[in-house]
Ligand binder design. Structure first.
Ligand code: SF4
Length: 314
């Protein structure tokens, strides 16, 4: 298991970040309370060390080390709770999200094992998969969600056209937006639970035309919308947060006018620890310092070299 664990407290006391290290991998997890752990606890944990997808806004996407084992995924959740003496049975709203480092569906076999364990340990916790939508077979994913009633699915969409999305998420083995929409419909039909799409609003993707494009792609009777405030690797982004919130709020209203149920995701702790996905300075330094383990991602054919064997590409 991990040999070194760092606990990094934000100046925001509601957020805590953990870095897990061993000789051949690093992982990160974030623990949030809203406003107390008993009221609502959210844990975001990693499914891979680094990430082969290489989203341009994400510091974790520059390098990929390896996929994490199920026990390494579960360990992050257990440690977040145990380190703060949180009694999981007393949490009223509990969410475990695989949305820190890594693309969870490129590590599906280990994710599935981890979810089985997490469901047995924390049956009241929602288990949310946040994915860019890699080209894998989604039948096992939906079957898992049928078997485990707490599993939810969210697609990171972030742009309203495939062309713009290709620039932001250069990973070639990803689904087109229309296919993501179809998989979401299948997920709803087969599980009875609505999928989500996540959209990080910025200056160049939050016009009325973008909202119209999204509405043409995604059925508001099927998908719920999460609008994220910050998706930047730059640690100085805190200064821009007010503007980011305005953009997110305005785009949320445009989607609501199209009939979407919307919510805003504003990752706290952005100010000094890098609360968002892959933005922790420590992990980025670890990758720089362990380049014998970490291969460079982003447009270098990583999707071919590192497409995990267990992910059945369609
Ligand atoms: S945002 Fe997620 S999928 Fe994209 S590079 Fe970062 S960890 Fe990977």
């Amino acid at each position: 298991m991990f040999t070194e664990i760092k606990n990094i407290q934000s100046s925001d006391e509601n957020v805590m970040k953990f870095v897990f290290e061993k000789d051949n991998a690093v992982a990160e997890a974030v623990l949030y309370k809203y406003p107390t752990y008993e009221d609502r606890t959210v844990i975001c944990c990693s499914t891979q060390s680094g990430c082969p997808v290489g989203c341009r806004f994400c510091g974790a996407g520059d390098y990929f080390v390896r996929s994490l084992k199920a026990e390494e995924i579960v360990f992050q959740v257990d440690h977040c709770l145990q380190s703060q003496n949180i009694d999981a049975s007393k949490i009223q709203k509990f969410q475990i999200m695989v949305m820190s480092m890594g693309e969870p569906l490129l590590n599906f076999k280990e994710l599935e094992k981890a979810f089985e364990i997490l469901y047995s340990k924390y049956p009241q916790a929602k288990l949310l998969i946040s994915s860019i939508g890699p080209q894998i077979n989604y039948e096992p994913v939906i079957q898992m969600a049928q078997r485990i009633p707490t599993v939810g699915l969210q697609f990171s969409v972030h742009e309203s056209t495939d062309e713009s999305r290709d620039k932001l998420i250069p990973f070639k083995g990803k689904l087109k937006l229309t296919t993501i929409s179809q998989i979401g419909e299948a997920f709803l039909i087969l599980t009875g639970r609505k999928p989500f799409f996540n959209y990080c609003a910025h200056e160049h993707n939050s016009s009325q035309q973008d909202a119209d494009n999204i509405a043409a792609l995604f059925n508001p009777d099927v998908f719920e919308a999460t609008i994220s405030v910050v998706c930047e690797r730059d640690e100085s982004i805190a200064a821009a947060n007010v503007r980011q919130r305005e953009l997110a709020s305005s785009f949320m209203q445009k989607l609501a006018a199209h009939g979407f149920s919307t919510r805003m995701f504003d990752p706290a702790g952005q100010d000094d620890i890098g609360g968002g996905c892959g933005q922790l300075w420590f992990v980025q330094n670890w990758m720089q310092n362990n380049q014998h383990l970490a291969k460079k991602s982003v447009g270098f054919g990583m999707e071919v070299i590192h497409a995990p064997k267990e992910a059945e590409l369609v």
